[in-house]
Design a protein around this ligand. Structure first.
Ligand code: ZN
Length: 163
């Protein structure tokens, strides 16, 4: 297992539609193990393959008791809404308030290629939506009005320069 380097905004791979996962082999299992390790090391609750520079529809998460690997994820149902703070490891965890559905159901494949459906509410539902967005080349800031989006990105760039 190894900790991978986290890809940050404005890397091109973060804005690309991911390629489907087609091989469910040991290499994929090893990749997922690396993704979990990288996520825990960065103290995140979710990590998608584009965030380590791979153009793949794949994410891992461990958020409020929902721990899973999701290959080729799709959000198949959402309900209600919640307004809360959200951040992204690829944007230096700079937070922004964002309204998302309160409940979400995803359909995805596990590391063996078996399809499953899973429901989540609250913060875990937010993670489903955030990580599935990554697989579709979308960042959480893309949901914000332009002014607020620019503010988050400006703060991120500033914080990077301080390091
Ligand atoms: Zn993210």
């Amino acid at each position: 297992m190894a900790i991978r380097t986290i890809t940050e905004y404005p890397a091109e791979v973060l804005a690309k539609m991911g390629q489907p996962v087609t091989e469910f082999d040991q290499e994929l299992a090893d990749l997922c193990a690396d993704m979990f390790e990288t996520m825990y090391d960065a103290e995140g609750v979710g990590l998608a393959a584009p965030q380590i520079g791979l153009n793949l529809r794949l994410f891992v998460m461990d958020c409020e008791g929902v721990k899973l690997i999701a290959a080729n994820p799709e959000v198949i149902h959402t309900e209600g809404d919640q307004t809360g703070s959200e951040g992204c490891l690829s944007v230096g965890k700079v937070p922004a308030v964002l309204t998302r559905p309160e409940k979400a159901t995803i359909r995805a494949q596990n590391e063996k290629g078996e399809w499953f459906e899973r429901d989540a509410t609250g913060y875990a539902a937010r993670a489903f939506l955030h990580e599935t967005d990554h697989c579709n080349g979308k960042l959480f800031v893309d949901h914000l009005p332009k002014l607020r989006r620019d503010m988050v990105l400006k703060r991120f760039k500033k914080e990077k320069n301080w390091k």
